[in-house]
Design a protein around this ligand. Structure first.
Ligand code: 15L
Length: 269
């Protein structure tokens, strides 16, 4: 599939959405933006909630693909996660099926497998086939999204790349994030690969940069054409000097999901 492509970007006002709406057009993608709140600087963006099925159907009409970032991106009550991430993602897939949108790129998260143990020195990286081990209701909703994607491929032929995003911020800020960091530039490279690779069916990939301290296996992402260029190691000396290594019995040292396994940051609303 060749760029440019018309892509609906949901969650366009969020942290990752803000970064990606700047970067994805550089790959030739024409973006249609959607969020539950107005998108700053984008008067044409669609303001719609994921509960609004007619609005979703209109929003997806005619696009070649959807990058689905919208929803709650931290821990919250089950009811809120249920509405935004579970029912909301269902509504979006149903709109995609009804309007014949062939491809979704789903923002899954490392928190779908957050209780997986951090590999020790010499262990192989964590594969995408590792069993789901969510660390929160948030992580559980990402497990659901991945299964929903599989269902929509098997039943309806809607393709998905589920990207288990690590930490997509401008810079890593902790020792854990030296392993999980996905630079914004690599994030855009990965989404571009997920949008344009041929015959993905439902593919699950991890989303991190080419970090020296990476924990998970990027081979399924590389198979899509993802070629990460950044490595968090350039931040390692400063972060280690400031923070020191996490204690061996701390969540950050034991589990992929780190603090989400014990004291997850909570969605403010
Ligand atoms: C996520 O899924 C969160 O949305 C993000 O805020 C980070 O906490 C990230 O995971 C992470 O694991 O660092």
């Amino acid at each position: 599939m060749a760029a440019p492509r018309t892509v609906l970007l949901t969650g366009a006002a969020g942290g990752v959405g803000t970064l990606m709406r700047e970067l994805l057009p550089l790959f030739g993608h024409e973006l249609r933006l959607l969020d539950a709140v107005p998108v700053p600087g984008a008067p044409d963006a669609i303001t719609a909630d994921l509960a609004d099925r007619p609005a979703l159907r209109e929003a997806v009409r005619g696009v070649d693909a959807i990058v689905h970032l919208a929803g709650i991106s931290l821990e919250s009550t089950f009811d809120k996660i249920m509405a935004a991430n579970i029912a909301g993602t269902c509504n979006l897939y149903e709109a995609a099926r009804e309007e014949g949108v062939p491809r979704v790129v789903f923002a899954s998260s490392n928190h779908a497998v957050g209780f997986t143990r951090v590999p020790r020195a010499g262990d192989p990286p964590v594969p995408v086939e590792t069993p789901h081990r969510p660390d929160t209701f948030y992580g559980l909703s990402k497990c659901f999204g991945e299964d929903l994607a599989q269902l929509y491929w098997d039943l309806h032929g809607v393709e998905t790349v589920s990207v288990r995003i690590g930490t997509l911020f401008a810079e890593p800020a902790s020792v854990r994030e030296l392993s999980t960091w996905l630079s914004p530039a690599d994030g855009a490279r990965l989404l571009h690969a997920a949008l344009t690779a041929e015959d993905v069916a439902h593919t699950v990939v991890y989303g991190s940069s080419a970090n020296t301290r990476a924990w998970w296996d990027l081979s399924s992402a590389r198979a899509l054409g993802y070629d990460p260029q950044d490595d968090s190691e350039v931040y390692a000396e400063r972060i280690l000097a400031e923070k020191g290594l996490p204690p061996a019995d701390s969540a950050d040292a034991l589990y992929l999901g780190g603090l989400f396994c014990v004291t997850p940051p909570r969605w403010p609303h």
